[in-house]
Design a protein around this ligand. Structure first.
Ligand code: ATP
Length: 380
């Protein structure tokens, strides 16, 4: 957005116009089939600064500060009720924060209505108009803005082509699959040329197979348009697979923000360690704090030759066969675990001589051990 941008009446925030002028504001979008770029989309950043939201006695969001980076796919991940949707709605302007500021491109937008913020939100339900054709659904926001007809046509056709739904434009939403409807909702968001996409669990209505393909399509699409995207989910697989970075939220608080590898390998605290991973990180009591290791790092000792190891005799209580892998559940000799200890073994590991009800020599490489203090924070 230029300094004289369309968000009229914007109260300037942390960055001045001159500072903003140095940042590349636009990117060409090239359609995957090599056709010429149809339009330019702005590369913007969003900052939530000290956002708190109270609903009566409930603190839904508790002092969260986070920023997107240019063109990034940021996932907000957390359990049901942790405040993800509330924070997204505050960014969109659909909810007013009790405290804190939302900045888009360094400009405070707290007083701006949703339409003036340049954000486009796609909900779980898609919110398509059943009586309108797909063409008219996508064109709807442009018509309400009074966009000239030839411009509407150009943008609708461009967005439909980009999302591979150009052959569906004459249909109505009920004649589409869930995945196609999701793409229509994205196209409708895209024609508004938003500076930011806000996506609230847009894949949750799809079955598991469609969800997996929609996940990679959506990620590919975002990489093409490079519009900063904030994506809310409680599904860790979705978060790990799609996010450039993940913000882990619990009870309205930001627990950690980082790349999927950072948060998986170096969780900031026991909550993050336990929320990510299936099964989650094993935690055993140690000096008032705890010692953590991932189930896939906890292996029969003979498989771990040549490294510094911590040996942990493992009593296997039961084995779960999952095709590509097996999960072994049990307990440790002389150690108090915070919950049942698990080991995850790929199917190609032969389990000769390992039987439920017996003790076995298991171990973890020392470099795979994580330490947490009394308050649950990781000690590095
Ligand atoms: P989910 O994944 O289940 O959608 P969430 O992480 O998106 O959950 P929010 O919808 O943001 O969570 O809700 C956070 C908390 O705020 C919850 O305890 C919820 O009950 C409460 N809450 C949300 N909206 C309101 C409201 N309008 N009035 C009162 N409480 C609300």
């Amino acid at each position: 957005m230029s300094c004289g941008g369309t968000r009229s009446g914007v109260h300037r925030g942390a960055q001045s116009c001159n500072q903003l002028a140095n940042i590349p504001r636009t990117l060409d979008i090239r359609v995957a089939d090599g056709r010429s770029p149809a339009m330019e989309v702005e590369v913007a950043s969003v900052t939530a600064s000290g956002i708190t939201k109270e609903f009566g006695q409930v603190t839904a969001v508790d002092g969260i500060t986070l920023s997107t980076r240019d063109g990034e796919f940021l996932v907000m991940l957390g359990p049901s009720g942790c405040g993800k949707t509330t924070l997204l709605r505050i960014i969109a302007g659909l909810e007013t924060p009790t405290a804190g500021e939302i900045l888009i491109d360094g400009e405070v937008v707290n007083d701006l209505p949703p339409r003036a913020r340049g954000v486009a939100m796609v909900f779980q339900s898609y919110g398509l108009y059943p009586h309108l054709t797909i063409w008219n659904n996508i064109a709807f926001p442009l018509k309400t803005q009074g966009t000239p007809r030839h411009e509407i046509k150009r943008k609708v056709e461009w967005a439909a082509r980009l999302l591979g739904i150009d052959r569906l434009l004459d249909r109505r939403p009920r004649q589409l699959s869930g995945g196609e409807r999701q793409r229509v909702a994205l196209a409708r968001a895209l024609v508004r040329e938003p500076t930011v996409f806000l996506l609230d669990e847009p894949l949750s209505n799809l079955d598991a197979k469609l969800r997996a393909s929609a996940r990679s399509e959506l990620k590919q699409f975002q990489q093409t348009v490079r519009t900063a995207t904030i994506y809310v989910t409680h599904d860790q697989v979705e978060a790990m697979g799609m996010g450039d970075r993940i913000a882990v939220i619990d009870h309205g608080k930001l627990r950690q923000i980082g790349t999927p590898a950072e948060i998986y390998e170096y969780p900031a605290d026991e909550f993050v360690a336990s929320f990510l991973g299936t099964p989650p990180m094993n935690l055993i009591e140690r000096d008032g704090g705890s010692l953590g290791f991932r189930p896939e790092a906890f292996l029969p000792k003979e498989l771990l030759n040549g490294s510094a190891l911590m040996e942990l005799p493992f009593r296997i209580d039961r084995v779960e066969y999952l095709g590509s892998e097996r999960i072994l559940y049990g307990g440790l000799e002389g150690r108090v675990a915070k919950r049942e200890v698990t080991a995850k073994l790929p199917a190609h590991v032969v389990l000769d001589g390992i039987h439920a009800g017996e003790w076995h020599a298991f171990a973890v490489r020392e470099r795979e051990l994580r330490y947490f203090d009394r308050t649950g924070l990781q000690v590095r």
